[in-house]
Design a protein around this ligand. Structure first.
Ligand code: ZN
Length: 205
């Protein structure tokens, strides 16, 4: 593809490195960017660098945020005694879109997968347990809603969390969202009505 010259090629290659972007889309985006006003391109590039530089994990729930505590953890209107455990920030966003969940979250950043070599120590499980144990020996919440995906990895992770909570002898209600989420389906791609139904129909584990 060196008929474009090295600067344009570099842009195409960088774009192609993004998830879901193939060679054709990368070219189309590159040409779109090249035709944009220079100021707009600069502003877009700045937004990327800024977001990357300021992004970190919330120290309470580990979702992505640019503050020490994310807006949900900061909010007094949320029920901090109810913690929903999700696999990633996109699942959190999906539940927020339903507008019906009033508790807080814990983001694991993955799920246990022996196949992919992802063990309990590779996700934010230790952090969840610390949170559940609370600083004064009292349970850190009243209910843990496990909203991992309905995949083998998600189910394995759910069972593992339940086992940990019971092993620690914590007096916490553990629920699992109902199977409104299709088996093998991703939460982030599930519509709001189904997610809301899955939340309301959760059962104790
Ligand atoms: Zn948070």
């Amino acid at each position: 593809m060196d008929y474009y010259g090295s600067h344009i090629n570099r842009l195409i290659e960088e774009l192609q490195g993004l998830p879901g972007i193939g060679a054709k889309t990368a070219q189309r985006l590159a040409f779109h960017i090249i035709n944009m006003p220079k100021e707009q391109v600069r502003s877009m590039a700045d937004a990327m660098v800024d977001a990357r530089e300021h992004a970190n994990y919330c120290r309470e729930c580990f979702t992505l945020t640019d503050e020490e505590l994310c807006p949900i953890c900061q909010s007094q209107r949320r029920d901090h005694r109810q913690i929903m455990v999700v696999e990633n920030p996109r699942d959190l966003a999906a539940y927020e879109r339903t507008g019906r969940y009033e508790g807080v979250y814990h983001v694991l950043h993955g799920a246990i997968s022996p196949m992919l070599g992802i063990g309990p120590n590779d996700i934010k499980l230790k952090e969840l347990m610390q949170r559940l144990q609370g600083p004064d020996g009292q349970p850190g919440c009243d209910e843990v809603i496990i909203a991992t995906n309905a995949s083998l990895e998600g189910e394995t992770t759910a069972m593992y969390i339940l086992k940990l909570i019971r092993t620690l002898g914590l007096d916490i209600k553990v629920t699992r969202i109902a199977s409104g989420v299709p088996v093998g389906g991703d939460i982030e791609n599930t519509d709001e009505v189904t997610l809301e139904r899955a939340l309301l129909g959760r059962t104790e584990m």
